[in-house]
Design a protein around this ligand. Structure first.
Ligand code: TAP
Length: 511
């Protein structure tokens, strides 16, 4: 019955499935917005079992956007029960039909992209044009990319020693794991959802996802669109709630078989321990970063300055691969800093829905306060604060783009990430490639890195010796759905995107 509906859908006879709920309505960005604010379980929007709610806040003016249902442990149990039931049908479904559904969902998201981007701007403070292109645009691309994988996930045949006189056929297949628990952070709310959910669905898993408490809205709008696209009940379940209660209940649940997590390293460690202690769940962890960016004197200076600015200030610095530490070769250091300051002064801070604005508010108050502490610590340790460093006066959670120079290896700000718009610059002696690589690797993180030089040999040597999951050469922030993404060391393990996602089990058959 479900396949018939899909075929009609594919022919365009049923453009959208009938679906109703009681939306929150508001007007913003010259648009009438309608979106859900309840838990999404088994294709229904429902209240939390204890009626609990929390308030999500607009960081631009600190006003309340709306109340959102807050999931309890009982709600997690119900969602996992539904996801486990749905898994039976979903994993058996024709893989190409799963792909058709995912393409349909991506199309619907594209139709609603301005609404999604407006919601993302309101809830997370992302500048609208960036939200449209990256937060929402890359989410759509991710779903399409993995929709295309649905019918291309297959095993191998393996030549083994035959049990003479018979010949043996030996092959592997890739089987879905079951119910996947997903926990996402607040910096790219919808994009992190898309990165995690898409490969799970493509491989035939079902999901229970908890978005970050401070940014739940685009995940819920996504759930509405999934239901409209025709996803069967129980395949996608979205539970806004706290990490401590809802997140922990997902991680501990005996019927969840795999966890995908993006967030901080301390919480990642706790999650890994809980996965082991509950039912030995598999887990993929995308954690913190402190990505070094090395600028050699023979670089294209204008490009290096431009890319360093976006490397640090992109998405107000709330970017896991943000260039966390900049190393500049001594002979160009002062010129580089002057140019960086000149360009930073041109950045317009303000309402993220204003198309001329470059820099929106930080995501939430606790984060803004952590940036203020970070700057104080840097100043106390003797780094030179050459630009910014303060909260912008007035309403809203705005923080000035900030630049530190004279940062030494032993300082807190050279080792720990700020996750905000704070540039941390050190110089290194001309020609000291070994020294700068040693300093760049002097961190427990290893998510990304970058190098600017016109000497390709030097660029390749640096990229080979830097301990990080990605190295950008004469560019920065250039991620793509077809390229793997993930860290070394305490930045975690298990790749997102591309063909490396670990969302299947691989049994071996010998006949
Ligand atoms: P976290 O505090 O780690 O929170 C991430 C998510 O985990 C949130 O949904 C949070 O819930 C939840 N959580 C907290 N405790 C939990 C528990 N015991 N069990 C299950 N879930 C739990 O990080 P954050 O502050 O949201 O994000 C910033 C950090 O994430 C930065 O350090 C950044 O580097 C990292 N990050 C990394 C990447 C990649 S790709 N490596 C991408 C983005 C961000 P609440 O809603 O209650 O907080």
């Amino acid at each position: 019955k479900f396949t018939e509906a899909l075929i009609r859908n594919h022919r365009g006879e049923d453009k959208e499935q009938e679906f109703s709920y009681t939306p929150v309505k508001l007007h913003a960005n010259n648009k009438d917005l309608e979106f859900p604010n309840q838990l999404f379980v088994n294709n229904e929007f429902i209240d939390a079992s204890d009626g609990g709610t929390f308030t999500t806040v607009n960081p631009t003016d600190e006003s309340d956007i709306c109340k959102v249902a807050k999931a309890t442990t009982d709600d997690v149990n119900y969602a996992v029960y539904c996801a486990k039931k749905a898994f039976v049908e979903w994993k058996e479904m024709n893989a190409r039909d799963r792909g058709t559904l995912m393409f349909r969902l991506a199309d619907l998201m594209e139709e609603h992209q301005e609404e999604l981007a407006t919601l993302e701007s309101l809830d997370s403070g992302a500048v609208y044009t960036l939200a449209l292109k990256t937060h929402i645009g890359m989410s759509i691309q991710t779903i399409r990319y993995f929709a295309g994988w649905c019918d291309k996930i297959h095993g191998q045949t393996i030549p083994i020693n035959n049990a003479k006189p018979n010949r043996n056929l030996t092959f592997t297949s890739k089987e879905p794991i079951g119910v996947c628990g997903i926990i996402t952070p607040w910096n790219y709310p919808l994009m992190m959802l898309a990165w995690k959910i898409s490969p799970c669905l493509a491989a035939g898993n079902t999901v229970v996802l908890k978005p970050a408490q401070v940014t739940p809205l685009t995940s819920l709008k996504f759930a509405e669109l999934a239901a409209r696209a025709g996803f069967p009940p129980g395949v996608i379940n979205i539970l806004p709630g706290s990490g401590r209660v809802c997140g922990q209940a997902i991680i501990d649940h005996p019927d969840v078989r795999k966890v995908g997590f993006t967030g901080s390293t301390p919480v990642g460690k706790q999650i890994m321990a809980s996965c082991a202690n509950s039912n030995l769940k598999k887990c993929s962890l995308e954690l913190g970063g402190k990505s070094p960016l090395i600028i050699f004197a023979d670089c294209d200076m204008a490009k290096a300055v431009r890319m360093t600015l976006s490397g640090v200030f992109f998405n107000k610095g709330e970017n896991c691969i943000a260039a966390g530490r900049i190393f500049v070769e001594e002979s160009i250091h002062d010129e580089f800093i002057n140019k960086v300051i000149t360009e930073t002064k041109k950045m317009k801070i303000g309402n993220p829905l204003d198309r001329s604005v470059d820099h929106g508010p930080q995501n939430h108050l606790a984060h803004l306060n952590s940036l203020i502490d970070y700057v104080e610590r840097g100043v106390k340790e003797g780094a030179r604060l050459v630009y910014g460093g303060k909260r912008v006066e007035g309403p809203g959670l705005f923080f000035e783009p900030t630049i530190f120079t004279n940062v030494d290896d032993h300082m807190f700000i050279s080792k720990e990430e700020s996750f905000g718009p704070i540039m941390v610059v050190s110089s290194f002696p001309d020609g000291d490639v070994d020294g700068v690589i040693e300093s760049a690797n002097n961190t427990e993180f290893g998510l990304a890195s970058g190098v600017f030089t016109s000497n390709l040999d030097k660029a390749l040597e640096v990229s080979r010796r830097i301990e990080a999951g990605t190295c950008f050469i004469n560019t920065y922030n250039k991620t793509d759905v077809a390229a793997p993404f993930g860290g070394f060391k305490q930045s975690g393990f298990g790749k997102d995107l591309a063909v490396w996602c670990d969302v299947t089990d691989v049994p071996l058959y010998i006949i």
